[in-house]
Design a protein around this ligand. Sequence first.
Ligand SMILES: [Zn+2]
Length: 283
Amino acid sequence: MKLKILTLIVTGSAILFYGTNQIKVSSLESEKSNLKMYVLDGGYMVVNDLSYFTQDESYNGQKKIIDNPVFIIEHEKGRLIWDVGLPDRLADRNPSEIDTTQWILFYVKEKLIDQIHNMNMTPDSFDYIIVSHSHSDHIGNANYFKTSTWIVDERELEWAMREKANTKNYDSLLTAQTAVFKGKFDVFGDNSVIVHSMPGHTPGHMILQIELKNETLFLSGDLYHFNEQRQFRRVPQFNYDVDKTLESMNRFEELVNKLNAKVIIQHERNDYKELPVYPEYWE
Ligand SMILES: [Zn+2]
């Protein structure tokens, strides 16, 4: 497997090295940018056995439907997609192909590619792709974004490329231009969009901080899947590391308090309902 790493990013530094000859130095001051955040539909999941979402007995016998948004950020310095939903090919299945005895079922109603075209955009127009982690509900359509720069935590990259990984949903990313970081990364160099490593769900799981005009917004990735998990610090059974998840939850809540920020739990239906529906956006 060939990986082309063109960018080296130093932890906590505002200096990026692009290739060998181009250096971009970003401002340390937070300037107010005029970004717009759009939301698309990346499918949904029917959880037939919610008990997988906690280490204790709290969810025994429960079911839940969870949503799966995709976020597009338009910034004067570029276009970014955060999480790319479940694979569009799921929309082409016959109902008879779906094994409904599984503990979790994945569905796509409207293909992401059609929604992007509906915005008069093409995948080639995205400068950056970031996925919170490499599970199929977040990286499912990554192969559309082969001309974008993939910004990724170094541990998540390693994990996504591990020998046992099924990479079919993101093969194209593995040969795309890649910006690998440790800790956190300021996407546009003005502190308006910052990706933070919050490991635990996967080895290099990430969350996104966005400076809107009047407030700071955090997109949770899968640090939490729904409100109760945040309230009671419940960690799914399928997380990579329980202790690291709890540490990340602590760091996340400290940041949220410090910045008095709003949190969107991406799979939480109540949060999903609050999000803007295209052509509406948040700014
Ligand atoms: Zn997820």
